[in-house]
Design a protein around this ligand. Sequence first.
Ligand code: PLP
Length: 461
Amino acid sequence: MTTYISTRGQAPDTTFAEALLNGIAPDGGLYVPKAWPRLSAAETAALAGQTYGDITRRTLAAFVGESLSNGVIGDSVRRLEAAFAHPAVTPLVELEPGLFLLELFHGPTAAFKDLAMQLMAPLLEAALAERGEDLLLLTATSGDTGAAAVRAFAGARRVSLAVLHPLDRVSPVQRRQMTTVDAPNVLNLAVRGDFDDCQRLVKLLLADPDLKASRQVSSVNSINWGRLAGQIPYYLAALSQLPAPPQFVVPTGNFGDAFAGWAAGRMGPKVGRFTAAVNANDALVRLLSEGRYVRRPTKPTASVSMDVQAPSNLERLVFECTGRDAERTRTVFEDFTREGAVEIEPKLVATLRAEISAVSIDDARTAEEIRRAWQEYGRVLCPHTAVALAAARGLDRDEGPIVALATAHASKFPEFVADALGFEPEPCPQVLAIGDRAERFETVRPEPEAALAAVRELLAR
Ligand SMILES: *Cc1c(COP(=O)(O)O)cnc(C)c1O
């Protein structure tokens, strides 16, 4: 039996399926497995000969347990493989001896969010069908999460999806990926405001008593354990191809992707240091260097999907680094929510630093790395990937091969890349496929009444 517990210790133990449906635990904490599933040494060695699908089936079997009926995992993995354009799903590319890119952008929306979202949609549909329930999913997006969710859930029978993006503040490619999908169960709301307004509206809607009374309401951002479970397989796939434990460098916003990598290490395989590469939004760097976790206003950068000031998944790492002390974890994050700042005691900071490093790369260095990767390898990087590769330059290759995660295709962010290189990136097939189809979205004021009215209409369709 695979059981899930809350990082804040005041919610009942639950199953994978319930954690998936709930998103956040009822005590405000995040779900983690009660015990980390372990791969034996033989199983770890056997990963090397397996396909991405095999590795994903094995990983999901460990995390889902018996909470979904037989066959559901196989169906979801087949769907994932069919949705990806590359036979390896997440190819590992050597740039020069000891330095690799793990390409996570071969899915339908050309960003790594597809990897978990394509798995999550059929898993959620199965959980809902078994319960005879319907679900409303709400998500605020600065671009990639919304696009991946729209593609994964369009046409789902038991899920209605409302995606809130800030009007005129996502890239035109990202917007069109969301708004050109014509499905009756999907609603795109362009909010006259910024990303924080979108997040605030989602929080208010998630707590709306009438909505909650009408059906299960949840969210698809990376607080949801289902997202992280779907991101562990590519770490296992990458390390199985390397002769020594790799040092992963993860372009980081909400710390979901990085935590999934850390979790892969907990399953048994040897992994080197984890580096969270962030942009100018550097709360993590300051936490590890100064021992203070402080919320500052979000700075807009070229790596928009990483413009996050309070990485939500840090709570999972703090829980682990306190020796799974739920009381202590709850205090840290309740204080942080209330005060916007919290002191972390030196012993805990030292434990966090033993697990991860954090490096901040500003937009000037990001542009410089885009030029360097073009000159040295003939490769055009997206700004998020460039943040990771720039951070990877500072690591010591004697400590193991370095794997920087390539989280999106450059042609999703043509303006910044063109400014750095002097030419526009070649559009990938996924971007070309958007074509000139009609866009569908509703523009709303940043007020709950307007968003609520639109969501009620969606549910009545
Ligand atoms: C979401 C995103 C990230 C950051 O991932 P987190 O899990 O939030 O840390 C990095 N790069 C791209 C392209 C993304 O869309």
